[in-house]
Design a protein around this ligand. Sequence first.
Ligand code: COA
Ligand code: ZN
Length: 317
Amino acid sequence: MPENIRITEVGLRDGLQNQAVAVPVEGKLALLGGLVEAGVRHVELTSFVRPDAVPQLADAAQLVDAAARDGLVARLDDCMALVPNMKGYERAHAVGVRSVALVLAVSETLNVRNIKMTLEQATGICETVTRRAADDGVRVRVYLAAAMGCPFDGPSPPARVHALAARMFDAGADAIAVADTIGAGHPQDVPALFEPLVNAHGAERIAAHFHDTRGLGSALAWQAALAGVRQFDASIGGLGGCPFAPGASGNVATEDLAFLFEQAGFATGIDVDRLLDVLDTVETLLGARHQGRVAPWLANQRRKRRASAPPINALSS
Ligand code: COA
Ligand code: ZN
């Protein structure tokens, strides 16, 4: 039996929050539908932040409603929404969200820029929201952002990440996602950051979130897999970036990660070839070319396969 790797698709949130074009609910549903058809079962759907801060995601409640109405939520194992504070949590809870992502930047300055709080204040808010969600039976994944480096404060000490992770688990978090928000990490820094977390808390409670800013996203993910990590975030077409973290570019692309791990004999549940169709949807919605690396090769393989397939009337004879 191949070992499983779980890929959480974050393109609808991390990806779309930074686009010049605001994609309407129908477009987001088309994207989600395509991802589900390709075998994606874990999604970060949207975020319940201030609508004026991130207008691209101002339709969070309508999207959650519509995705449930269309039967898409029922086909997912995890449909997560980001909440930045208690107000966001209440909004998400009110529309039936059962899984939330909280963000705690591990550097002082990024917290101030992102949510206007000190690290200690932000940690306190995260603990409060985590406890409340745990009481409600809502799943909590805490993102430790800028865990490999902050655009303002420089490299982040792994010991601080480990201490914050322990605090969040104590507050009742179900999982921690270690996020290299701006793509500042180097693969050689991965073992010291991830191995202690996997050893202390178990691979089922640790996820990795890498950006491909410097072309190292897949290398970081591979190194994390060697360190025992089995859960990864990725975004279709490498969409992404954070409007509040200058220098951040897209997430590592879903098609690149799924390809990397499938080729290595892991099971992701994702049909990589079908992601090509989702990439077409992304390009139609955003009018822009995607950033992933493997798609041209996949498209070429698909062309070859189709060219060598017998003609339709040969099949029926
Ligand atoms: N959803 C909707 N409205 C919210 C809200 C939320 N999650 N949090 C606060 N508000 C509203 C308050 O109700 C208040 O409204 P009012 O003036 O009409 O009474 C107003 O915003 C100010 O509230 P305050 O508590 O001072 O929040 P803030 O202005 O400091 O905003 C954030 C803090 C985090 C909610 C806001 O900066 C934000 O949403 N930023 C986006 C963060 C993000 O998406 N980052 C990228 C992902 S990591
Ligand atoms: Zn990110």
